[in-house]
Design a protein. Structure first.
Length: 256
C-alpha cells in the first residue's frame, strides 16, 4: 500500500515504521476483565458513600433512551445519577464529532482532563489519536461525514483516580452508547481498549486475540484495537495498531 509524504510524516510522528512486522500479540493485553456481575437492582434511588464519605443519592436510570434525539440524549447524560460516579464528576463527557459520521470511535472512560474539558480523548492520548486519524485522512474537527469521525466513550463519567470501570457502571451507561450508535449510523466502528470491546462485543477475550479481523456490532463492521493510552505505555504495539487502522480503512472502503 502506497503512502503520501504527508501520511509518512504522520506515521513517523506516531512512531510507526512502515516496514514494521505485523505480529499478532498474544500476551500484550490489558489486565483480565472483572468477573463481578452488574447489580440488577440499581434502577432505584440509592444512597452510596462518595469518596469523601458523604452519601451520593443515586436516581433511577433514564427511561426512553432508545427513542431520544441528540438534544434529549445529551441532557439525559448530563442529568444522569444512576451510578455512584455522578458524585465525583466535574461534568459528563458526552461525545464529539459529526452526528452522521461514517467512522465512529469508541473508547473506555474519561480521565481527569476529559472530566475537566468535557470532551473524550484529550491530553496525550488524544494527541496520539488525532495523529492516527490524520494519517488515514480523518479528523475530529469540522469536515464532511466521510472525514469527520464521531468519538464517544463507554462511560460518560470519570471513575475516581482513573480506576477501571466497574460492571455496574458500564451497565448503567450502556443505553446511552447504544443510542449514540443508532443515531450516528456509522459505516464502521473502531473499538479502542478492553472495556470498549467488552461493551460492544460482549467478549472477555484479550484484544490480541480479537484484533486482525472484522467483527460486527448490530450489523456494523467493527475493528478492535488498542487504546491510545495503552500505546503510550507500550510503544512496540503502535505498529500493530497501525495494522488495525489499515484493516479499518480497507473494511470501510468495501462497505456500501
Amino acid at each position: 500500500m502506497g503512502w503520501s509524504e504527508r501520511q509518512r510524516a504522520m506515521l513517523q510522528e506516531i512512531g510507526i515504521r512502515l516496514w514494521a512486522p505485523a505480529a499478532d500479540p498474544q500476551a500484550a493485553d490489558l489486565p483480565a476483565a472483572p468477573t463481578t456481575e452488574p447489580d440488577a437492582s440499581a434502577d432505584g434511588a440509592v444512597a452510596t458513600p462518595a469518596a469523601g464519605g458523604a452519601p451520593v443519592v443515586r436516581g433511577p436510570r433514564a427511561v426512553g433512551v432508545e427513542t431520544m434525539d441528540w438534544v434529549r440524549l445529551r441532557q439525559a447524560v448530563a442529568d444522569c445519577t444512576a451510578c455512584k460516579l455522578c458524585g465525583g464528576r466535574r461534568q459528563t463527557v458526552f461525545g464529539v464529532g459529526h452526528e452522521r459520521a461514517h467512522w465512529m470511535i469508541v473508547g473506555e472512560a474519561p480521565g481527569e482532563q476529559e472530566d475537566r474539558e468535557g470532551e473524550p480523548f484529550v491530553g496525550k492520548s488524544g494527541q496520539l489519536l488525532d495523529n492516527m486519524l490524520r494519517a488515514i485522512g480523518l479528523t475530529r474537527g469540522e469536515a464532511t461525514p466521510e472525514r469527520q469521525v464521531y468519538i464517544a466513550n463507554t462511560l460518560k463519567c470519570r471513575p475516581p483516580g482513573n480506576r477501571n470501570p466497574e460492571p455496574e457502571e458500564l451497565a448503567q451507561c450502556e443505553p446511552f452508547l447504544i443510542r449514540q450508535v443508532a443515531l450516528v449510523q456509522p459505516r464502521i466502528i473502531l473499538a479502542m481498549g478492553r472495556y470498549a470491546v467488552q461493551s460492544l462485543l460482549r467478549s472477555n477475550e484479550p484484544i490480541g486475540r480479537l484484533r486482525g479481523r472484522v467483527h460486527r456490532y448490530q450489523g456494523v463492521p467493527l475493528i478492535v484495537t488498542y487504546h491510545p493510552a495503552y500505546l503510550l505505555r507500550n510503544l512496540d504495539d503502535k505498529a500493530k495498531a497501525w495494522d488495525d487502522l489499515c484493516l479499518a480503512v480497507a473494511t470501510a472502503a468495501a462497505t456500501p
